[in-house]
Design a protein around this ligand. Structure first.
Ligand code: RP5
Length: 165
């Protein structure tokens, strides 16, 4: 897990048990040349530390947050309540309905405080979406995202099952 300072994307997990999704997000960002930093801060167990971190990360010039949590999954919403930077929420599997609880908790934000929610456990899409957001003002990064999209389509076209299509 990267804990370097000065990344452009801040990834926060509610528990060390969520770290796999954070690693997927960080890996995609790194592939696209975007530095990230990861912290383990529960919104419920360490609310003061979370507030300090969101405030200092925003002041340091972080461009977007990825917040990853399961169960009651308040972390992305609490982060969004403390910054106007974009917040991407990743619900984690587990709990009484294996991630549906966390998905609904994250996606059902009240008007005025949005969280962009990706699929359950989908750290990769969270990283990609953060890169696309940063790409709005960074044409080189946008180009790398476009190249990745093309490679993805080419790999599917090259699948032997699609010969002749
Ligand atoms: C949430 O509760 C965390 O995001 C994690 O997904 C879940 C379980 O946390 P641990 O009990 O494993 O620390 O707050």
């Amino acid at each position: 897990m990267s804990e370097e300072r000065g990344g452009r994307v801040a990834i926060i997990v509610g528990s060390r048990s969520d770290i796999g999704a954070a690693e997927k997000a960080a890996a995609v960002l790194s592939e696209l040349g975007v530095e990230s930093e990861t912290r383990v801060i529960s919104a419920h167990r360490a609310p003061d530390l979370l507030a300090r971190y969101v405030s200092s990360a925003t002041d340091r010039g972080i461009s977007a947050f990825i917040a990853i949590a399961g169960l009651a999954a308040h972390l992305p919403g609490v982060v969004a309540s403390q910054t106007t930077l974009p917040v991407i929420g990743v619900p984690m599997a587990g709990g009484v309905s294996d991630g549906l609880d966390a998905l609904l908790a994250i996606v059902q934000m009240p008007k005025g405080v949005p969280v962009a929610t990706v699929g359950v456990g989908n750290g990769e899409n969270a990283g990609l979406l953060a890169a696309q957001i940063l790409g709005v003002t960074d044409s080189e990064l946008r180009g790398r995202v476009e190249t990745r999209r093309r490679s993805q389509a080419e790999a599917i076209a090259a699948d032997p099952a699609n010969e002749g299509v």
